[in-house]
Design a protein around this ligand. Structure first.
Ligand code: DAH
Length: 336
């Protein structure tokens, strides 16, 4: 009897099942009602009582083996069926578009600005977005009653409930980083300082309560206005192309003397217009003195530009708010 069971067992082990037909043959031969396993159980009656336990156990093992073989074969057949299916798909069909990530237009514009100034020998510096009055205004030669300190432009941050204590602000420009640099470091200093700034302005297509600037500062012995203008012209050409049309106008800032602004000509459907891209000037001696830099020995130039406007111009975006809303449909347009 045991011999018969072993024979059945080895037949099961040797069965080859490589397609649905063979699977069905296996089922009929071993597992069906008239199959060999069932027949084997039918022989139980002729087994002497004292052997019944041993034989029954062996029979059950063979039955389990047959079932497990069947289940395993069925599973792997179905898996390979899936594979065959995908291999026979029409590979000439157009693929579903998958979106790769893309740089935000502000990040792109910033990369470009940084690259240009790194080429011109500037390094990159950084400062906090929460500033105190001294760095944001006083050291930059803003008179105490200057309108820029007015509530309309500045987000004041109070450290306590005392309404008179208004000594912190969300920085309204990146110029306070100039102050930090000059306090920390002896000249020569030649750095750009990119960063986010905040102003208490009405939100419209053209203005927002936060935006990005890049500040520049060069302080050394005998830095001149000529070098400033040459640097800015070089920047404009590298940023907008060597045939860019630009102009430099006199202007006013508390922290520079003399002060200038630079415009570039922007061609559009309405015939084009001048757009201001930056403010600049020679660092006011009062500013140098406020941070203990000897204004007899050193001179410097500084400039500040808006990154948002550059990005809007470059990518033909007409609403600044889209830069901050993180609408994926907007961002996807900049996938390269
Ligand atoms: N801080 C000025 C602003 O926010 C921009 C600026 C103008 C920065 C002239 C400068 C500068 O460093 O020299 O509009």
């Amino acid at each position: 009897m045991i011999e018969k069971i072993n024979e059945l067992k080895s037949d099961i082990q040797n069965a080859s099942i490589s397609n649905e037909n063979e699977l069905e043959e296996f089922r009929l031969e071993f597992l069906s009602r008239n199959g060999r396993v069932q027949k084997m159980f039918g022989l139980m009656g002729s087994v002497p009582n004292e052997k019944k336990a041993e034989v029954g156990k062996a029979m059950n093992e063979v039955k389990n083996l047959a079932q497990a073989t069947f289940d395993g074969a069925k599973n792997s057949l179905h898996k390979s069926e899936e594979k065959t299916f995908s291999a026979t798909q029409d590979i000439s069909l157009p693929v579903q578009p998958t979106y790769t990530g893309s740089f935000h237009p502000l990040t792109r514009a910033l990369h470009q600005i940084k690259e240009i100034f790194l080429r011109l020998g500037f390094n990159i510096a950084d400062g906090p977005e929460l500033e105190d009055d001294f760095h944001n205004f006083t050291a930059l030669n803003f008179p105490p009653d200057h309108p820029a300190r007015d509530m309309q432009d500045t987000f004041f941050v109070r450290k306590s409930d005392d309404p008179n204590q208004q000594d912190h602000v969300l920085r309204t420009h990146t110029s306070p980083v100039q102050i930090r640099l000059m306090k920390d470091k002896e000249p020569p200093i030649r750095s750009i300082m990119p960063g986010r700034v905040y102003r208490n302005e009405a939100v419209t297509a053209k203005s927002y309560f936060q935006f990005n600037q890049v500040e520049g500062l060069y302080v050394d012995e005998s830095v001149t206005m000529g070098e400033l203008i040459e640097t800015l012209v070089m920047f404009a050409k590298l940023m907008y192309g060597s045939d860019v049309k630009y102009r430099v106008r006199p202007s006013y800032f508390p922290f520079t003397e003399p002060s200038i602004e630079m415009d570039v000509w922007w061609d559009n459907d309405k015939g084009g217009q001048w757009l201001e891209i930056l403010g600049a000037g020679m660092v006011d001696p009062n500013v140098l003195e406020a941070v203990d830099v000897d204004s007899e020995k050193y001179t410097g130039f500084a400039f500040g530009m808006g990154v948002d406007r550059i990005a809007l111009l470059r990518y033909g975006i007409d609403d600044i708010r889209t830069l901050y809303e993180n609408d994926i449909r907007f961002l996807r347009q900049f996938t390269s």
